[in-house]
Ligand binder design. Sequence first.
Ligand code: IYR
Length: 222
Amino acid sequence: MTEANYVPHSGYHEYPVDEMKQRAGQFYELMKRRRSVRQFSDRAVPREIIETCLLTAGTAPNGANLQPWQFVVIGDADIKRQIRQAAEEEEKAFYGGRASEEWLDALSHLGTDADKPFLETAPYLIAIFAQSYGVGEDGGKIKHYYVQESVGIATGLLIAAIHEAGLVSLTHTPSPMGFLNDILGRPANERPFLILVVGYPAAEVTVPVISKKPLAEIATFI
Ligand code: IYR
């Protein structure tokens, strides 16, 4: 047992209500401009930007503060090529019959297919792993809590940080993703969560027409 140790929360800033409204609105204006992008430029992105965005991801609230995540940043062309090859193999099976008609129907308005050139074009792929359990110095298993929730929240912060920095991203989830452990040499306690594709958009980038549900549909005040 480790005893709890408290310090004053000096990082908290209170704003006047009008300023709060303005800040909340500004953040919404920023975030609603974010789109998942599937056409990337090969333009280089400074590694430091990715590092800072990962630090933001690492601030996420998480189970028992055990921080059950690992971000593998891939900039190497040969590894990106291997990932594209393995992902496209799974995607061919997915689009070619493994996915139900209902699933393919739900995706049809996005115009996605098994071809994933962005996995090679984008300067960075971030393979996000969820650590189902930790491994102690003695090799013993350390129980992790709320792993999916924790990694999901961290990924959300990462996506927001990348958008705020002025880059675009795509959450890519070939299924199954076990090939990531093999290609990246990750241990058995780490399960692939998703691949975040990061970079600048291609010059003539387009995005599908979609809409977001209005507040009344996504929230209930009682
Ligand atoms: N993983 C596939 C299929 C796919 C599934 C969902 I749910 C999406 O929102 C988008 C795509 C692919 O990446 O094409």
